[in-house]
Structures are given as structure tokens and as C-alpha cells.
Ligand binder design. Structure first.
Ligand code: GUN
Length: 298
């Protein structure tokens, strides 16, 4: 068993991104600029957004956090997104999910100019990704593909089982792994809450990607000997033994599953760190107008 080390890969790629950002600054006289919109005070969202902002600064991007209280109206939020769309000093816009119940996340996602949608959640980006056209790729699936590439994991012809069908991870991940790209060219099965006997499918997986949001959901008896296991789980539990006051658990029972695998990602130290890389790469690509040249240039 070998570890797919998110810390190692993300640090290495951050150095590359910082060099490219420095070159961009030299050429254009400005930094790539990401704006994050955060509504309310959800503990997980606060942590993730703070990490995104911190990492932007680390690689030489400009970052701006726009905060709203839980009771902001949908109209107010849509208006803000529209204003950010039209601001030429902004390359990337993300609205952290989940949003409060009275706000429709689909409306907000579609309000973001797809040419600044560095989360890759807009239907235009999703459709273009599926067609293998230039698009922003959702950050977590993007980060996973970068990790598979870094370790030279062969995916063509393999059976990839994705557990979870969320818009953020499972669904786009399944598209990427089935595309005619490297990584990709897998035969893909998607399992979800209505799949009877998930074990029947996971046991046949050469590559198992788990994004279901349940601690220790995948146990050793569900995994084939020699499989590659990618754990997207970020299950936060309060803890009295950690400085932050919480502890992260994956969706995979790492201790018992790891000995059966050829490669596995740990939690923490795996996919979570790669998500940031996906976001940074999308933001830099947007600043360089690599995906959508029609967005006004500086
Ligand atoms: N919530 C959980 N993951 C994400 C993400 O990648 N982007 C946004 N905007 N919200 C999230």
C-alpha cells in the first residue's frame, strides 16, 4: 500500500502556481483576483473559505471575502453576484455552499458569469466539461485528477466506482473519469443512497472514489485487493484533543481498508488539500483568459 500524499503534491503544485502568478504580475501589472462570498457562520464553510483566502495570498493572488449574515435575501445576493460579474478587476467568483434554505443555490450558481465561475458549477461549464471543451473543472474532481496524474496512476480501461452523486464531487467526477482523457477512459459506475447492495459494486472497483459524507462508510470487506481508493470525506467531529476543537474523518475506514489497497488517500492530508489547488489553477487560468478569451482583457 502506498499513500497518495496530498500535502506533498499540493505543496509542489503551489510552487508552480506561485511562479506562474509572479510571471502574470510581471506581464500584466496585476495579480489574479478571487472573490469568495460567504453567507452565515457555518463552521465548515468558515474553515474552507479561510483556507482558500490564505492559499490565494500564499501563491501571490489577490483575494477578497464578501460576507453576509444568514438573513440576507436572495435578491440581495443575486445583485451582488451581478456586480462582481461586471467588475473587471475580478477573475474568479465563488459562492460557498451550502446556502441558507431560503436561497436557491441553482439561481445563485447560474447568476455567476460562467467565464468567472472558477468553481465550475455553472451548467455551461458542466456541459462543456462533458463535451471535453475548454471549461472550468470543479475544484475537488480537478484536484483528484491532478493527484492521479502526479502519481502516474493508470486509469484507462479500469472500472471506476464513484460513491455519491453530488453536484460538487460525485457527478462531475464520474464525467471526468469516463471522458476520453488521461486520467479518464474508465468504465464508470455511480452508486448513491438508492443503490441496493453498494458492496456488490465497490468490490469490483479498480478505482474507488468515495464522496458520500459518512464517516467510515467504506469498510475493508467492501474493497477489492489492490484497488486505488480516493477518500473525499470531510466529516468534522468535535474533539477535546485537537487545537482546533474538531477532528476530520474520511468516508473510508482507513486503518482497515489501507492494507488491501495499492494506493489510498489519507484524511486529513489527501483530497482536501488538492481541492485548493484545483481552485487556484482555475483562477490563474481565468486571469490568463485561457478558458474564455472573450472575457475582457486588461
Ligand atoms: N462547499 C463544499 N465544497 C465547495 C466548493 O468546492 N465550492 C463551493 N463554492 N462551495 C463548496
Amino acid at each position: 500500500m502506498e499513500i497518495l500524499d496530498g500535502k506533498y503534491v499540493s505543496e509542489k503544485l503551489k510552487v508552480e502556481i506561485a511562479e506562474q502568478a509572479a510571471e502574470y504580475l510581471k506581464q500584466s501589472g496585476r495579480k489574479p483576483h478571487l472573490v469568495a462570498v460567504l453567507v452565515g457562520h457555518d463552521g465548515g464553510s468558515e474553515t474552507y473559505v479561510a483556507s482558500k483566502m490564505r492559499n490565494c495570498e500564499k501563491v501571490g493572488f489577490k483575494s477578497t471575502l464578501v460576507r453576509y449574515e444568514e438573513d440576507v435575501t436572495e435578491d440581495e445576493l443575486l445583485l451582488k453576484v451581478s456586480e462582481l460579474n461586471h467588475n473587471p478587476d475580478i477573475d474568479g467568483i465563488i459562492v460557498q455552499l451550502p446556502l441558507p434554505k431560503h436561497i436557491d443555490p441553482e439561481k445563485v450558481t447560474e447568476q455567476i458569469d460562467h467565464r468567472k465561475d472558477v468553481d465550475g458549477f455553472h451548467p455551461i461549464n458542466l456541459g462543456r466539461m462533458q463535451r471535453n471543451l475548454p471549461s472550468f473543472i470543479p475544484a475537488t474532481p480537478y484536484g483528484i485528477t491532478l493527484m492521479l496524474k502526479e502519481y502516474g496512476i493508470e486509469t484507462a480501461g479500469k472500472h471506476c466506482v464513484v460513491v455519491g452523486r453530488s453536484n460538487i464531487v460525485g457527478s462531475p467526477m464520474s464525467i471526468l473519469m469516463a471522458r476520453n482523457t488521461q486520467p479518464g477512459n474508465c468504465t464508470v459506475t455511480i452508486c448513491h443512497s438508492r443503490t441496493p447492495d453498494i458492496k456488490k459494486f465497490t468490490l469490483d472497483a479498480d478505482i474507488l472514489i468515495v464522496a458520500i459524507g459518512k464517516k467510515n462508510f467504506i469498510t475493508a470487506d467492501m474493497v477489492k485487493e489492490g484497488a486505488v481508493v480516493i477518500d473525499v470525506g470531510m466529516n468534522r467531529e468535535t474533539s477535546t484533543t485537537t487545537k482546533s476543537g474538531y477532528k476530520l474523518y474520511g468516508d473510508v475506514d482507513f486503518e482497515n481498508v489501507a492494507p488491501k489497497t495499492s494506493w489510498i488517500t489519507p484524511v486529513p492530508g489527501g483530497v482536501g488539500l488538492m481541492t485548493i489547488i484545483g481552485l487556484l489553477k482555475n483562477t490563474l487560468a481565468s486571469a490568463n483568459r485561457e478558458v474564455y478569451p472573450s472575457l475582457s482583457k486588461f
